[in-house]
Design a protein around this ligand. Structure first.
Ligand code: ADP
Length: 369
């Protein structure tokens, strides 16, 4: 009787595992991709640093991480779950692949919007091997039902799956291999506190200095077998919004212009860089047409603000999430925009950069104080 019960439970477990895997195949063919297959953009992968020493900048994060990695290796344990947050393009995915490489595990990449059901996450987790690193991008977008089963997976390396519905519903517990979860988000505040609390390490990625961006440009140019003059590199670094992904993208565009110019011979100089920046509509501070449009709309249509994000989005035709995640952080860094509880405000720097009369702003400030 006892043996029969065990055989029966094992059968159920197998059926559950098969169901998990087939749900993954039928409804969501690839919630997970390997690190190499993730991006269609091969260029980005070629330039991704593979080891911690190749990763430029973020020195405090790197120093701490070195200690935590060494300690985990010494104890023969996986690195504790790690949360990386900060604006897009600052190196979160790159850092995850370095962690996997340093720990000798494989990196599996997915994103929260691709994991729609508990079964999707169960399929991803049950396919991991001991020591693997699971990278979940945009983790703030995870649904609460999926998040619930992630808690026990993170804490106890078990999956609690519900079988059936109503009064006959039962929970089945499956063991999963010990793994490290790396969550990445651009919106730290949108993470639920139970999820946030389950990460052993929380790191904020900072914007890069111009000299760090210059090093990244030189490194990428070396890999692509181009030579960038010092002046050209400085100019590119100024235009790169203090973000590695933008720096690499601009380098790629200058390379296009250099390739069709017969006189350049794989050398990127100031002249070709200036020509490219002006063709792309990027000004000397790295602002593009959308940044300028946002600031002009704020000043000319809304008298410099305060104006709500949704109104600004409707007035410019830009998605509010993109304004918030991509454009605003850099404008705030440059001191051209302020976020206040009543909305966005253009600062004196913005008026000056656009060559606009600041008397309106002064009058407004006087009226406020
Ligand atoms: P995120 O995941 O934060 O959006 P990624 O990790 O995809 O950003 O980084 C974008 C690109 O920038 C990568 O292809 C990589 O080549 C480059 N990159 C990011 N951080 C660094 C760094 N610290 N040093 C060198 N290159 C970097």
């Amino acid at each position: 009787m006892y043996i029969c019960a065990i055989v029966f439970l094992k059968k159920i477990k197998n059926v559950v595992l098969m169901a998990i895997q087939s749900s993954n195949q039928n409804t969501n063919p690839t919630p997970i991709t390997s690190s190499t297959a993730k991006e269609a953009d091969i260029f980005e992968n070629t330039l991704r640093p593979k080891a911690l020493d190749e990763y430029i900048g973020q020195s405090r994060l790197k120093e701490n991480l070195k200690v935590f990695l060494a300690a985990a290796k010494k104890r023969n344990e996986p690195l504790e779950h790690t949360l990386l947050y900060g604006p897009p393009g600052l190196g979160k995915t790159t850092m995850a692949s370095i962690i996997a490489h340093e720990m000798g595990g494989k990196l599996k990449v997915t994103s929260a919007p691709a994991i729609q059901k508990q079964g999707d996450l169960a399929a991803v987790l049950s396919n991991l091997k001991p020591g693997d690193v699971l990278f979940i991008d945009e983790i703030h977008r995870m649904s609460s039902s999926v998040e619930e089963i992630l808690y026990s997976a993170m804490e106890d390396y078990v999956l609690d799956i519900m079988i059936g519905k109503g009064p006959s519903a039962r929970t089945m517990r499956l063991n999963i291999p010990q793994f490290t979860l790396i969550g990445a988000t651009t919106k730290f505040a949108m993470l639920s506190s139970p999820l946030r609390d389950r990460f052993g390490h929380i790191f904020k990625l900072e914007f890069y200095s111009e000299s760090e961006i210059s090093q990244i440009i030189h490194r990428s140019a070396r890999i692509l077998e181009y030579q960038v003059t010092e002046e050209a590199c400085k100019k590119l670094a100024k235009c790169a919004r203090r973000t590695p992904r933008v720096a690499n993208r601009l380098l790629k565009r200058v390379r296009d212009f250099a390739d069709i110019d017969e006189n350049t011979h794989n050398i990127i100089d100031l002249e070709i860089t200036k020509k490219t920046m002006s063709a792309l509509g990027i000004d000397e501070l790295g602002l593009n047409r959308t940044d300028i449009d946002l600031l002009k709309t704020l000043i000319e249509k809304f008298k410099g603000g305060p104006v709500g994000l949704n109104t600004l989005s409707a007035a410019t035709g830009e998605d509010s999430g993109t304004i918030e995640d991509v454009y605003e952080p850099f404008l705030i860094q440059l001191g051209m925009l302020d976020r206040s509880p009543r909305g966005r405000i253009a600062t004196e720097n913005a008026y000056q950069h656009l060559g606009l009369d600041i008397s309106d702003l002064k009058k407004k400030q006087e009226a406020l104080f």
